[in-house]
Design a binder for this molecule. Structure first.
Ligand code: SF4
Length: 683
């Protein structure tokens, strides 16, 4: 007998920000295969191990299928009606006792654009507060702030296709071979076809072995390194004077600052060689079409926004952004929809489309659509929410699809915040570390079970379509937000995800030309897209920059040291990041049999340090910082520089984020995950 043909559903990968198009094959409600889409605009028939194989979690027996409510200290299954009524009552009490700002929500980079739009609308319309943020706070908030200050808008400057025309790639603080594998492969392809490659990263990341120059700065010294490179560009005449005259401002101030960063001094601060630094500057400066790609190694620092701006300086000096050559400055976004969560206004200081709350016209536009005034006072950022909970000011916190107890820094303090807050609500797939501390847990749909759109790292909107029904009573976040609003007596309108995106476009002109119908027809469209009849803008700045004066702004921040330095007690510098087969807290990849390749978090150590510590490969180790303690397994590798250590945070039981500090970017409060002083000893 012949078996029925599988159902085929085209959707967008829910792991990293590359945004690969996938075809999901299902039969009888089960996934039989996930294939890369040959017409995918970014992946063109490719996908990495996560996109292809990390789908077993959807059928995990650990999936939450009923709402949970804490009674007598234990989470027990209850009906949706009871869970919603409990949360609505708790939120009403919080507002009655502390005003609207006593309630906050952490929205989700895992959720669709439409869900993020609805969540921020819920907080502003139903509760009356701007206390809404998303995990870009923990990764690329410095990119949004830095790129906006330098160029005018918060997105990467160019489409990825431009990189394929670049003749020099500068890859900084990123490990695309593991964290963005499809992009990593395409960058490598470009290099193998002749483009120059400069890698700046403390670790010997995968691309580094193909680099013309690999600079390995001490973690926390990026600003000095970028200034050293800029010094060489200026000193050797590798700048575009015409571009600078017509399109940039701030050159005299920067020239004065850069006098203090000759290669020898920059080398002394950063630990790279002066010769290497000069070689890198010449390669970038002499290229005709240089492109910059960077990751969290630039942003997750005490001076992350300064790092983004100092990096942007290089492209401006070279005339390699915007109306110049236009190969740009492009952040590699981590989570699948971290760009979209911010685009949709799940931010405490901005409405959809990055319209500042301080702009009365933007508030009036939103108020006209929503039918209520929009509060003007900026809300709390994620670290401030935790501080407010610890101090008793915040009385209700809704955490949507983020395991903050596993992934946020100084995790013991995060747990303390949740334990101090009278009402903690989670939307989750599994009983995560965070959900385990909640008062109410709503079971929700995964990315394979929902309808909407994501925005990938180069600003492309793409459709997300359900290949499966969610298990049991689990619902999409979109439905949960609607249901809670209704319980609080408010109809949020926009009944479908398509309606929500259309409504967002009425508030944010940069999305006005985007609809589900159009995306179904065209596949992918980048923003800005102000008109349904016009294509989206791949290159953000064709004629002028989007700053008020239309100019690119060179920045002159001095180098300042990181929040903490190694010393006699904590002699190693720990850097955290991802490994290729797992994803963030690992809640999905750990529950996928095909990916049980690592089963613990490993601590990469240089063999010289391991010898000194009496450690061999595979030994269990204790890692201690000034903030906490974790238990890991040693992996000896020369990928890590002497004096440094590296680990991921895919296994919450190892407690990696109890080690990381609460130092954060002075502009955006993005945590300094990339510099923690630690000591290591045998377990
Ligand atoms: Fe998914 Fe990223 Fe892998 Fe593409 S590269 S399949 S988007 S995890």
């Amino acid at each position: 007998a012949s078996r029925a043909a599988p159902m085929r559903t085209r959707t967008t990968c829910g792991y990293c920000g590359v945004g690969c198009s996938l075809e999901v094959l299902t039969r009888n409600g089960e996934i039989t295969a996930v294939l890369p889409d040959h017409d995918g605009p970014v992946n063109r028939g490719h996908a990495c191990v996560k996109g292809r194989f990390a789908h077993g979690f959807v059928a995990s027996p650990d999936r939450l299928t009923r709402p949970l409510l804490r009674r007598d200290g234990r989470l027990e299954p209850v009906s949706w009606a009871e869970a919603l009524e409990h949360v609505a009552r708790g939120m009403r009490t919080a507002v009655a006792e502390g005003g609207p700002d006593a309630v906050a929500a952490i929205s989700s980079a895992r959720a669709t654009n439409e869900e993020n739009y609805l969540i921020q609308k819920f907080m502003r319309v139903v509760i009356g507060t701007n206390n809404v943020d998303n995990c870009s706070r923990l990764c690329h908030a410095p990119s949004a702030a830095g790129l906006t200050a330098s160029f005018g808008l918060a997105g990467g400057t160019d489409l990825f296709e431009d990189a394929e025309r670049a003749d020099c790639l500068l890859v900084v603080g990123a490990n695309p071979a593991e964290a963005h594998p499809v992009v990593g492969a395409r960058l490598l392809q470009r290099v193998l076809r002749g483009a120059g490659l400069i890698v700046i990263d403390p670790r010997a990341v995968g691309l580094a072995r193909y680099a013309d120059t690999h600079l390995r700065p001490r973690p926390g010294t990026n600003v000095a390194l970028f200034h050293g490179l800029a010094h060489v560009l200026l000193a050797e005449g590798l700048t575009d004077q015409e571009f600078l005259r017509e399109h940039a401002i701030g050159l005299p101030e920067l020239t004065e600052l850069l006098a203090a960063y000759p290669p020898e001094r920059a080398a002394a601060i950063t630990g790279v060689t002066a010769d290497g630094l000069v070689a890198a500057a010449r390669l970038y400066g002499r290229a005709e079409r240089p492109a910059i790609f960077y990751g969290l190694g630039v942003t997750e620092h005490l001076h992350g926004t300064d790092g983004v701006r100092a990096l942007a300086n290089l492209a401006i000096l070279r005339g390699a952004v915007g109306p110049g050559i236009g190969y740009g400055v492009n952040p590699l976004r981590g989570q699948n929809n971290v760009q979209g969560a911010s685009d949709m206004g799940a931010l405490p200081d901005a409405l959809p489309g990055y319209q500042k709350l301080g702009d009365p016209a933007a508030r009036a536009r939103a108020a006209a659509v929503w039918g209520v005034p929009v509060p003007a006072r900026p809300g709390l950022r994620i670290p401030e929410m935790f501080a407010a909970a610890r101090s008793g000011v915040l009385r209700a916190l809704w955490v949507i699809g983020e395991d903050v107890c596993a992934t946020d820094p100084d995790a013991d303090r995060v747990a303390e915040a949740l334990d101090s807050c009278p009402l903690v609500v989670c939307n989750e797939l599994f009983l995560s570390e965070t959900a385990g501390r909640a008062d109410v847990v709503f079971p929700v749909a995964s990315w394979l079970e929902k309808d909407g759109t994501f925005v990938n790292f180069d600003r492309r909107f793409q459709r997300v379509r359900p290949a499966l029904d969610p298990p049991g009573e689990a619902r999409p976040d979109f439905a949960v937000v609607h249901a809670l609003a209704a319980e609080l007596g408010v109809d949020l309108g926009c009944r479908t995800p398509a309606d929500a995106l259309a409504e967002c476009g009425r508030i944010a002109p940069v999305f006005a030309g985007l609809t589900h119908e159009r995306l179904d027809r065209e596949g992918a469209v980048p923003w800005p897209c102000t008109d349904a009849g016009a294509p989206g803008e791949g290159r953000l700045y064709r004629e002028r920059f989007a700053t008020p004066d239309g100019l690119a702004h060179l920045a002159s921040p001095p180098y300042l040291p990181p929040g903490e330095e190694p010393d006699h007690s904590y002699p190693l510098v720990l850097v955290t990041g991802r490994r290729w087969a797992h994803y963030n807290s690992g809640s999905m990849t750990r529950r996928t049999d095909d990916l049980r390749l690592d089963t613990v978090d490993l601590l990469d150590l240089h063999p010289a340090d391991a010898t000194r510590l009496g450690l061999r490969d595979g030994d269990p180790v204790v890692v201690e910082s000034r903030h906490g303690r974790a238990e890991l397994v040693a992996r000896l590798t020369e990928e890590t520089s002497p004096g440094q250590a590296f680990c991921a945070f895919h296994f919450p039981s190892s407690g990696v984020n109890t080690l990381t500090s609460s130092h954060s970017d002075t502009v955006t409060a993005c945590p300094e995950y990339k510099v923690t002083a630690v000591r290591v000893s045998p377990a």
